[in-house]
Design a protein around this ligand. Sequence first.
Ligand SMILES: CC(C)(COP(=O)(O)OP(=O)(O)OC[C@H]1O[C@@H](n2cnc3c(N)ncnc32)[C@H](O)[C@@H]1OP(=O)(O)O)[C@@H](O)C(=O)NCCC(=O)NCCS
Length: 380
Amino acid sequence: MEHTIYRGLEGVHIDTTQICRIDGLKGELIYRGYDIRELADKVSFEEVIYLLWHDDLPNAAQLEAFKTELRPHFAVPDAIFNLMREYPKTVHPMHVIQSAVSILAAFDDQADDIGLDNVRRIGAQLVAKFPTIVAGFERVRQGKEPIAPHPDLGIAANFLYMLTGETPSEAATRVMDVALVLHAEHGSNASAFIARATASTLTDVYSAISAAVGSLKGPLHGGANAAVMKALEQIDSVANVEGYVLDTLAKPAGRVMGFGHRVYRVLDPRAIILKGVSHQLAEESGDSKWFDMSLEMERVMEREMEKKGRQVKPNVDFFSASVYRMLGFPGDMYTPIFAVSRISGWMAHLYEQYADNRIMRPRLIYEGPVGRKFKPLAER
Ligand SMILES: CC(C)(COP(=O)(O)OP(=O)(O)OC[C@H]1O[C@@H](n2cnc3c(N)ncnc32)[C@H](O)[C@@H]1OP(=O)(O)O)[C@@H](O)C(=O)NCCC(=O)NCCS
């Protein structure tokens, strides 16, 4: 029998969704009908979470009620910090998030209830706790005490506050908010798919989310932002960029991190916004090294990809690397920051998946041997 194989599930639609639409030919991304460019410009991360979890943006009263609902959930159990203190300092922070999610399940006696109200309750817990976990681990691995969340600050400002204990400037908070808004949701990407596929067995939210965190960590997905920074650090100057790109492309299956996308054939709209943010931070700080190197890499890649007839453009992870660097974050925290944002999108997908579930069960075409003659152990 003839079977079609869709490697990497390219072109496969697993369901319908109300959450997000990507037009890869126009370079358009909408969350529930709203253009990402307008959202990045005008709303806070909390408004976007509300939008992803409901039908529309909140009005002022709904937003206030939502913030009030989240506030008590910012704190995390001491057990999470105690375990962090035992970890080797070299552990990847994404492993720390994954284990923290499992510990949160252990502390939740309703963890296995996948009724919609309970799933929403857990969603509010996780979206509020992720920044505390990521910032707390950064403190713990520096031998410092975690800083308790500030009751008067929103998620973006609180994240920055919990790293240093200082109330962040409005400008830094705004950049953080923009980054969180841009990374919140992106359709059936690998980690959202993994969250949905895991939930499709009707397992619990914590299991689905820890699987998604593991998926996001990979360098072809959310791990790309850290890989971009690693490359920029290795290259170290604008003059070395061209040689690096050409050497990388000359290798078999060589990939320049932060470029290319399964869906976009034109520039990712999130990359355009982050490029602007990166430029602005470079101008404000008077140190444009990382931005200039990024621009040069974009220029060389554009030329080289055009020669190959490939439409491989910068993606969201490319300019987020220089933005996070200029905000002072260590490289291995870039992907965890992605998770701090994307937990909102994953939860939106779980609401849809649990509400109308069918188990995900694709197939493989077996090409191994058949009809082998069995030999007892003594004869093998
Ligand atoms: C994102 C990504 C995994 C998409 O993968 P995909 O849809 O399976 O696309 P492919 O890997 O098949 O790439 C298609 C073609 O573009 C080229 N290409 C894609 N991304 C490239 C990159 N980053 N550098 C160089 N070439 C690239 C491939 O060489 C391939 O050409 P080929 O068929 O001649 O080998 C891929 O572009 C990639 O590895 N990018 C780098 C990692 C990254 O930034 N990930 C974050 C995504 S938001």
